[in-house]
Design a protein around this ligand. Structure first.
Ligand SMILES: Nc1ncnc2c1ncn2[C@@H]1O[C@H](COP(=O)(O)OP(=O)(O)OP(=O)(O)O)[C@@H](O)[C@H]1O
Ligand SMILES: [Mg+2]
Length: 507
């Protein structure tokens, strides 16, 4: 289906692919894994012919249709259902033609083809996909323009799934889905009868729905049968084997060297010593694969320390204008708290977080907090608010007005942007790199409280690990901080009998 042959691709002097080769056969469902910024999304652009390789080639079997999610479904006046139905362009074209066709033969052909592609069940299939991705029956009839960008991404995903392409390309689809949506997608992909190549840092998706794993590491591609965990296990085994081989070779070398040193001056053994010198020269070193490094997260200590509790909500009513989303909220946050917020879409997680961070005034009740309290807030949509045209260094510079260039560069490197990445413009950065930069910016001044809204989206597996580590490391500090993960409000709603509001889905 797809052949990648000796692909070489450089960007600004960095080599992303170095004679990378991989082939994907019909029907494979391939999970595509690799660290942040290694070039996964770039490979998709190469496959889609948006950019050309420096060397080598990518070929898709003739006549095969590629399917990918557009950056965003446009906010048109078409209903969600019609938007998804229109994605099957063949069906749409046949239906349009049927309206005007007069030739009885052609009409017959059209009807046969419509039957072949099961056009009669199209609406039901489209509706199933939309409802799996979280749209109620009523919402499916509403125009796209009524929904926010994040929800329109789901419409775009529904459309590409419905169009049933021969090769489906998805770039981190679960980033814009909630838990239910992600589980639904896993199940859908498991049954998907075509070929799929899916970039993901979501272990659950990679493990449950994929038949093969494609890995990008050190600018090379490897593809093997099995899910992500199988890949990780095999990789560890291979590494152990290589290390053992290299150790053995090293021992043999040392043995020969000592023989040479001992006997090279001795006439009777000089020839043997000479032949060992030659053997040594011919020996090729076993290359030990380099582990790509993950930069740890660095959060400066909060200053100044603060007396507990750092925030208290008493009988608070939260909402907008005449709409109450949550009522009678009683909540106290202390230093060292790590609070997770769980809840389905539209339960009011964002509203609670906005109130805590002071971006939404309480409608009734009280909110107490110190004036000195510094809150860092991380949310996905902020990634789009990074300043386009500016690099990581440009973002850090204004925060260090008295810093020397060397100090500014050192601090930028500390948050994950060493010399080769410090000057890349934000819009060119990969998803994971942008998330790193945002983390560096919001925690720059040492916040007392961090509010993290789905912080692990975009981060690769090792970076997720590094983030967990960094959050845990705060525990020992006396002036610790609290992290609220905006995913879990249902428990709060139960505990506090908050009133869940209407879905926050429409804009
Ligand atoms: N025009 C450009 N100039 C310089 N560097 C670029 C440019 N475009 C992309 N890059 C860099 O190329 C690298 C690969 O980017 P890509 O988006 O393919 O990574 P990725 O593997 O998809 O990462 P992630 O997991 O974070 O999404 C990144 O380091 C990115 O900053
Ligand atoms: Mg990417």
């Amino acid at each position: 289906m797809l052949h990648i042959n000796d692909l070489t691709f450089r960007i600004e002097g960095r080599v992303l692919f170095d004679q990378a080769t991989a082939a994907i056969a019909d029907g494979w469902k391939v999970g595509f894994t690799g660290k942040n910024g290694t070039g996964k999304s770039t490979l998709f652009r190469l496959i889609r012919d948006e950019i050309a390789p420096d060397d080598g080639s990518i070929s898709l079997r003739k006549g095969r249709r590629l399917g990918f999610v557009a950056q965003e479904a446009p906010g048109t006046n078409d209903s969600l259902l019609d938007t998804v139905l229109a994605a099957d362009t063949e069906r749409a074209a046949l239906l349009a033609e049927a309206e005007h066709a007069t030739d009885p033969h052609r009409i017959g052909d059209i009807q046969i083809r419509l039957a072949d592609i099961e056009a009669h069940s199209a609406e039901a299939r489209a509706a199933t996909i939309l409802s799996g991705l979280g749209f109620s029956h009523a919402e499916q009839g509403q125009p796209c323009a009524d929904f926010s960008g994040g929800w329109r991404m789901r419409v775009a995903l529904a459309a590409v799934l419905f169009s049933a392409p021969d090769l489906l390309l998805l770039d981190e689809p679960t980033n814009y889905l909630d838990l239910e949506g992600s589980i639904w997608l896993e199940t859908y992909l498991r049954r998907f009868p075509y070929t799929a190549l899916i970039i993901s840092h979501d272990r659950s998706l990679l493990n449950s729905a994929m038949t093969h794993t494609l890995a990008l590491e050190n600018a090379r591609l490897t593809i093997q049968p099995g899910n992500y965990d199988t890949y990780i296990r095999r990789r560890a085994e291979q590494r152990a084997q290589i290390m053992a081989g290299a150790a053995k070779q090293e021992a043999a070398k040392r043995h020969m060297e000592s023989f040479i040193n001992r006997f090279k001056a001795k006439a009777s053994k000089a020839r043997q010593a000479q032949s060992r010198v030659k053997m040594l020269e011919k020996m090729k070193d076993i290359a030990i694969p380099i582990e790509e490094r993950t930069t740890p997260f660095f959060f400066p200590d909060p200053k100044p320390p603060m007396a507990p509790p750092i925030i208290r909500l008493e009988q608070a009513r939260l909402g907008y204008d005449d709409k109450t989303v949550l009522d009678d909220v009683n909540l106290r946050i202390d230093q060292d708290d790590r609070i997770a917020i769980l809840g389905a879409n539209g339960q009011g997680k964002s509203t609670l977080v906005k109130a805590i961070s002071g971006r939404l005034a309480v409608q009734a009740g009280n909110l107490y907090k110190s004036k000195k309290l510094r809150i860092a807030y991380f949310a996905q949509h902020q990634l789009d608010e990074l300043k386009p045209g500016q690099s990581a260094i440009d973002h850090i510079r204004p925060l260090m007005p008295d810093g020397t260039e060397a100090q500014i560069r050192a601090r930028t490197a500390q948050i994950g942007f060493g010399p080769e990445k410090a000057d890349i413009k934000v819009e060119k950065l990969s998803g994971g790199e942008k998330a790193r930069l945002l983390f560096g910016l919001i925690t720059f001044a040492g916040p007392h409280l961090m509010i993290l809204d789905e912080p692990t989206n975009h981060l690769d597996m090792d970076s997720r690990e590094a983030l967990t580590q960094a959050l845990n490391d705060y525990q020992g500090l006396r002036q610790g901080f609290a992290a609220i993960h905006v995913e879990m409000i249902s428990r709060l709603i139960k505990d506090h009998q908050m009133r869940p509001g209407k879905s926050d889905k429409p804009k």
